[in-house]
Design a protein around this ligand. Structure first.
Ligand SMILES: C[S@@+](CC[C@H](N)C(=O)[O-])C[C@H]1O[C@@H](n2cnc3c(N)ncnc32)[C@H](O)[C@@H]1O
Ligand code: SF4
Length: 375
């Protein structure tokens, strides 16, 4: 069966941390429209609803993210969730996490259920920086969790999960970016994901933005880190744009070398060409191929959508949602150049890649939104 879908879910509306740049620094629980709808008292996605979503979507998904805006591993039945997900052999099953709720049993279950990638968010590489950002996390606990995951993988002789480290760059960890390649390699990571801190609902990230800094200095630092990471064998799962037209090499040989390096780094990949094609043909790459499911069961056509959902789990199935009037209106609006709902004015529509790579100057997003890793 073809697998055209990218599914992004949140298993819970909560987190065990209150990171300084995150919506959880000012809220205990995330709420999603329609605000009067909930399918559990504690904000977790019921396992029975997850089971229905998985049966509907996962057989046709090439990528599934088990988290987006909240912390997946605090779901009280996380191991059952992994076992259900494993039934469908999704080629890219992954989740972002702060890793701190990892136990030996969860680590074993992650390996056993063939999670492809665990993306650990680590925004500082000294105890001081890490603990100032990831409140109230403890550096020693993070290191113990990294060891636990590595041991589970080693003991089972498994190549998965790959470890990705996500680093959100901001004033508080301005100097730590340079330490990322060494830390990642030392802890057995195979990928890194670097993003600028961005405006977020309910949080004043103004003091953390790097947008007042010299873009040339930021780009030079990004370039050095990218090259050092690739030299150490790390893939750049996502990385801010650090080249400008002016700094790109000229001449055939230099251009070819650059292209080869970017392919080796993971910055130029087939996935992006596919998105560019869908965007060209459909006006946007996401609706109809992306399904984003909030912990209240609301289904959105992409990660940026904040208007009415296009359906609800558990009562609607994917057949009804995919063929329904709300999605049809969105697709028609994009195709005809008369976008509706959040599409009207959306910044993502104009970009050719799934990951919107930010330059220093463009960290001032026009609209605040939930920070996520959309991949
Ligand atoms: C919201 S968290 C949810 C998953 C999990 N709790 C974690 O920390 O990875 C997803 C990612 O968003 C990043 N993030 C949080 N606030 C952000 C912001 N204001 N700008 C950019 N990224 C942000 C986090 O560092 C994390 O890598
Ligand atoms: S970044 Fe992740 S760990 Fe930190 S508060 Fe937000 S959701 Fe929780």
């Amino acid at each position: 069966m073809p697998r055209p879908l990218n599914v992004i879910l949140d298993l819970t509306a909560r987190c065990n941390l209150k990171c300084v740049m995150c919506h959880f620094s000012s809220a205990d629980r995330l709420v999603f429209p329609p605000f009067d709808r909930s399918i559990s008292d504690d904000g977790t996605l019921p396992v029975e609803v997850f089971e229905r979503i998985a049966a509907d979507l996962f057989p046709r998904a090439w990528r599934v993210a088990l988290a987006c805006a909240a912390e997946p591993m605090i779901h009280p039945r996380f191991r059952e969730i992994l076992a259900i997900a494993a039934r469908y052999g999704v080629p890219d099953l992954w989740f972002p996490t702060n890793l701190l709720a990892l136990t030996p049993a969860t680590a074993a279950s992650i390996v056993e259920n063939r999670v492809t990638t665990v993306a650990a968010s680590i925004d500082g590489f000294t105890k001081d920086t890490y603990e100032k950002i990831r409140v109230p996390a403890k550096w020693e606990r993070l290191l113990a969790c990294l060891d636990l995951l590595a041991a589970a993988r080693r003991e089972s002789g498994s190549k998965t999960p790959r470890l990705r480290i996500i680093f959100t760059w901001m004033k508080s960890n301005r100097g730590d970016l340079a330490l990322l390649p060494e830390f990642a390699a030392a802890h057995g990571a195979s990928e890194i994901d670097v993003r600028f801190v961005s405006p977020t609902e309910g949080v004043d990230v103004g003091p953390q933005l790097l947008s007042d800094e010299d873009p040339e200095a930021l780009n030079a630092e990004l370039a050095a880190v990218a090259h050092e990471a690739v030299r150490r064998g790390l893939r750049l799962a996502s990385f801010p744009q650090f080249e400008s037209r002016a700094t790109r090499p000229r001449g055939l040989a230099a251009r070819a070398a650059r292209r080869l390096w970017r392919m080796r780094a993971g910055l130029d990949r087939l996935e992006y060409l596919r998105y560019a094609w869908y965007r060209r043909v459909n006006g946007c790459a996401y609706p109809g191929r992306n399904y984003v499911i909030r912990p209240n069961g609301a289904v959105h056509p992409c990660n940026y959508w904040n208007a009415d959902p296009i359906g609800f789990y558990p009562q609607d199935g994917i057949g009804a949602i995919a063929a329904g009037a709300p999605l049809a209106r969105i697709l028609e609006g994009l195709r005809t150049g008369r976008p509706v709902g959040t599409c009207d004015g959306c910044q993502e529509r104009g970009f050719t890649t799934m990951y919107r790579l930010r330059s220093g100057a463009s960290t001032r997003a026009a609209t605040a939104r939930l920070p996520t890793h959309p991949g």
